[in-house]
Design a protein around this ligand. Structure first.
Ligand SMILES: [Zn+2]
Length: 298
């Protein structure tokens, strides 16, 4: 029996006997689900931006200093429309929901494209720590309110010409008159509104109500970009016995911290295959030997 199979069976047993499952979802989860920021998905949707700016993936333009707000929003609208509004619920997220729907689950995630909610997870059991593409805030955080942006994003995406939106569509802060930005944590101006604090409170309450011996932590595609949000706390909870086991699926950095190996079951294999195994589906020989074709490191 190969080692991969041992880990699969041990992790599956842990999930089956768990009453509480805490999912930690990182960028690698969405990448494994097919919401990739490079390759064909990028070139098919950003040909005009590639020609004009030479961008090589969807990630780098988020940090590019566009010369005008019209260009800046043309890019943001295309990006957000594609990744937040047009993208259907991904199969991997739906399978994940199948896995936990009858448990007392909670989700903490740094992902901002609403895939958990789209895939059936209860909104009251999701804490999106880093924000969501679906809302705007004052870029300087001058007031604590968020503004749903679907209508505006759709209008901007539809009216983009030569990589620019019409000036009349560029959003302005209704309080200070300054620039707006999607509600994403990129600097100290990130707005945490009432809903954010309510979700944070529900997360804390769920944690204190979960029986450690019957709790499994399922960490998916969480790397080292913002490890203080999910990765380090999960590792610490496992170490302290605040959970029965930490199951980590991560193609790039699956290892437990030294001294914590007995509390962590690590997988660097294909995430969908591992989740399917947990759901009880059979895998073929090739998959069982470990298919590392997918890269889903956060
Ligand atoms: Zn403002």
């Amino acid at each position: 029996m190969d080692i991969y199979l041992n880990r699969l069976e041990e992790a599956k047993r842990e999930i089956e006997r768990a009453e509480y499952i805490l999912i930690g979802g990182g960028a690698g989860l969405s990448a494994a689900a097919g919401i990739t920021y490079g390759g064909k998905r990028f070139t098919d949707n950003f040909a005009d931006f590639i020609e004009k700016y030479g961008f090589e993936d969807m990630y780098s333009p988020m940090f590019y200093k566009f010369k005008t707000q019209e260009e800046h929003w043309a890019h943001l609208a295309r990006h957000i429309d594609l990744n937040r509004f047009l993208e259907p619920p991904a199969e991997l997220y739906k399978r994940l929901f199948e896995l936990v729907k009858d448990k007392n689950y909670f989700v903490i995630t740094t992902n901002v494209e609403s895939q958990f909610e789209k895939s059936g997870f209860d909104k009251e059991r999701i804490f999106e720590v880093q924000g969501n593409y679906g809302k705007l805030q004052c870029a300087k955080g001058c007031h604590n309110k968020l503004y749903p942006d679907e209508e505006l994003i759709k209008a901007m995406a539809a009216q983009t010409k030569d990589c620019r939106v019409p000036t009349c569509l560029v959003p302005k802060c209704p309080v200070c008159g300054g620039e707006m930005y999607p509600n994403l944590r990129k600097d100290n101006y990130f707005v945490q509104d009432e809903d954010w604090y309510a979700a944070s409170g529900r997360y804390g309450k769920w944690l204190s109500g979960a029986n450690p011996k019957k709790t499994v932590l399922l960490e998916l595609g969480v790397g080292f970009n913002t490890p203080a949000i999910i990765r380090f706390p999960f590792e610490k909870m496992a170490y302290r016995g605040e959970a029965a086991k930490l199951i980590r699926i991560n193609s790039g950095a699956p290892e437990a911290m030294r001294g914590n190996e007995n509390n962590v079951i690590s997988f660097d294999e294909n995430m969908s295959d591992v989740i399917e195994w947990f759901l009880g589906s059979d895998m073929n020989e090739q998959n069982r030997n470990g298919n590392k074709a997918d890269k889903y490191t956060a």
